[in-house]
Write a protein that binds this ligand. Structure first.
Ligand SMILES: NC(=[NH2+])NCCC[C@H](N)C(=O)O
Ligand SMILES: [Mn+2]
Length: 304
């Protein structure tokens, strides 16, 4: 059996995007807990390649500046790993890191075609600085990737619209402001809000999302905000929201999909060790990543 793409773990040490910046400690905490060893297997290497840190700032505008500066650094690390044929696994850090991660992926594939993105989250993260009351950059990466918001986040690599609205699917949303929903509706982004997930089951939603993001694209990836999970499975996040996705359902649906040759990167965000309870959220993050990336699970899933 062939060797699968190396998982290149990249720490996104950023908390300046969130009102509660404790998730800045998330990547190091997961690293110390042994995430790389947990993900390595006979047919797949996994190793930490870098820890990218944002400059500490307190005031809203300075925090946005810091996040923008951070995004450039993170993007260059992600892009280098893609060039080397590895699969970047970005470990947050607040969700503003997604602007850097997916800008790098989009730019790397720009000559060949568009990229698709599955975004699993309790929130829509579709604010612009004009629409956001909190001004927190982790509420903005979806809008930025679609080409709306502050130029420092929308225009990495000198172009914007990194993700086309039809190539993005959001699953699990249950806490958002009207302006975010209005922007996504005006663009035609498919959002599977939590009531739909409850009605159809996460598995059916994920399967549909996968088909959508693969349809008109040359590559796709997954951005998983841990606050999408039910707080019972992931208490350690800065902005938990009740009645989320059950971990067991997510594990079942995600299993093996990183072995799809078109799957090129994955990101897990918003782990805040300061709010964790008995390491429960860290274990959820481990389980999600290993279910998604585990090669044997892919083989089992195909055989089933
Ligand atoms: N990635 C996240 N946890 N985002 C939370 C955003 C919360 C809220 N909508 C805001 O913009 O402030
Ligand atoms: Mn988010």
């Amino acid at each position: 059996m062939k060797k699968h793409k190396t998982l290149a773990l990249i720490g996104a040490e950023v908390g300046e995007g969130a009102s509660d910046s404790g998730c800045k400690l998330g990547a190091q905490a997961l690293r110390d807990r042994g995430l790389a060893a947990h993900l390595a297997e006979p047919h797949r290497d996994a190793r930490w390649v870098d820890m990218v840190r944002a400059r500490p700032e307190d005031q809203p505008q300075a925090r946005l500046d810091s996040v923008e500066e951070f995004s450039v650094k993170l993007a260059s690390v992600v892009r280098r790993q893609l060039q080397q044929g590895a699969m970047p696994v970005v470990v947050g850090g607040d969700h503003s890191c997604a602007a850097g991660t997916w800008s790098a992926v989009a730019d790397a594939w720009r000559d060949k075609g568009d990229i698709g993105l599955i975004w699993i989250d309790a929130h829509l993260d579709a604010h612009t600085p004009e629409s956001s009351d909190s001004l927190a950059p982790h509420g903005m990466p979806v809008a930025a990737l679609l080409g709306h918001g502050s130029p420092g986040l929308t225009s990495l690599y000198g172009w914007k619209g990194k993700i086309k609205p039809g190539n993005l699917v959001i699953i699990g949303a249950r806490s958002y402001e009207p302006a975010e929903r209005a922007l996504l509706e005006s663009l035609g982004v498919r959002v599977m809000y939590m009531p739909e997930v409850d009605r159809r089951g996460f598995g059916a939603c994920f399967t549909e999302a996968l088909a959508l993001v693969r349809q008109r694209t040359v590559a796709w990836g997954l951005s998983f905000d841990l606050d999408a999970l039910d707080p019972a499975d992931a208490p350690g996040t800065g902005t938990p929201v009740e009645a989320g996705i059950a971990l067991v359902e997510a594990l079942q649906a995600l299993r093996g999909h990183a072995a799809d040759p078109a799957c090129v990167a994955v990101e897990v965000t918003e782990y805040n060790p300061l709010h964790d309870v008995d390491g429960r959220t860290a274990e959820s993050a481990f389980a999600l990543l290993s279910a998604f990336a585990r090669v044997e699970l892919r083989e089992q899933a195909l055989a089933a």
